[in-house]
Design a protein around this ligand. Structure first.
Ligand SMILES: Nc1ncnc2c1ncn2[C@@H]1O[C@H](COP(=O)(O)OP(=O)(O)OP(=O)(O)O)[C@@H](O)[C@H]1O
Ligand SMILES: [Mg+2]
Length: 268
């Protein structure tokens, strides 16, 4: 088991009960999306996976290890968290320094750091901008800079909190490539997103939260066919999937190519 949450409850100091008993387990490195309406508890949930928040009650295990048995700083090596807003995460004068900061803290060798930087910078599309000040990057590039800083740490688990916010088409394509690459490298990628088109195209497993509870957990087919439960959470399948459903397709489709193929089959 890579990640396990058992009946996790969390109350903010203000008294707001944000998580009302969250349980789920992630057994493989298949990328997983966490979805749900604003305030459902998505960010609060993932902040428990690297010790940023400590549960009011319940248990969390990362690779079988109880999360409270290590300091938050130690978990940073295993679980990388990319915040929703990159400005909360960037604080050095150049992209290169941002990329080197974490590895220096964990005393990564210079050789490994340099090799890793070549791979990371290329993957996030910033190879030509290593000497640029992060605040001179575009909003999309800033996001990729924070993703790069997290990947530099060789995490086993990566959490993206709303990575598509402010992304353009090219940015989404790059994100897709990153998610695939992480899966190939056996790094578990957990992504929070409101963008159902992006979710449907990139994730086969999804967990839906509503008011601090898990209401659905399964494959995208299992989740997207639960239209009533989804709408109670103000989530709906992407338009192409709904169009297929409206036309009475036997199987759900998640992109235009699948739609066309299914359309040919169904009209015979
Ligand atoms: N620092 C905080 N103090 C008090 N309550 C908070 C705090 N952060 C979040 N909450 C509350 O906890 C609940 C869950 O919030 P959370 O940010 O986890 O939701 P979310 O699903 O990530 O929402 P969004 O899609 O808007 O990012 C909400 O009711 C929110 O108002
Ligand atoms: Mg959030």
């Amino acid at each position: 088991m890579i990640v396990e949450m058992r009946d996790v409850r969390y109350e903010y100091p203000s008294g707001e009960e944000a998580l009302c008993g969250i349980s789920f387990s992630l057994e493989t490195t298949e990328p997983v999306a966490i979805i749900g309406q604003n305030g459902a508890g998505k960010t609060t949930t993932v902040k428990h996976l690297n010790g940023l928040l400590k549960p009011t009650s319940g248990e969390i295990f990362i690779e079988g290890i109880p999360i409270q048995s290590r300091q938050t700083a130690e978990w940073a090596k295993t679980v990388g968290y990319v915040f929703q807003n990159p400005d909360n995460q960037l604080f050095l004068e150049t992209v290169k320094k941002e990329f080197e900061f974490g590895p220096k803290q964990i005393k990564m060798s210079k050789k490994e750091m340099a090799d890793r930087m070549d791979w990371v910078a290329e993957l996030v599309g910033l190879s030509e901008q290593l000497s640029v000040h992060p605040f001179d990057l575009s909003a999309v590039e800033k996001k990729f800079c924070t993703i790069g800083s997290v990947l530099m740490m060789k995490p086993k688990i990566v959490i993206f909190d709303e990575p598509t916010c402010g992304q353009d088409v090219e940015g989404n394509k790059r994100l897709k490539r990153i998610i695939r690459e992480l899966e190939q490298q056996n790094i578990l990628c957990i992504t929070i997103s409101h963008d159902m088109k992006f979710v449907a195209e990139n994730f086969k497993r999804m967990i839906v939260l509503r008011k601090g509870s898990v209401i659905l957990d399964g494959t995208r087919e299992e989740v997207f066919k639960e239209t009533e439960k989804l709408s109670s959470s103000y989530v709906s399948a992407p338009p192409i999937t709904r169009l297929g459903q409206a036309l009475g397709f036997d199987q759900l489709v998640f992109d235009a190519d699948e739609f066309i193929k299914r359309f040919e089959v169904e009209r015979k």
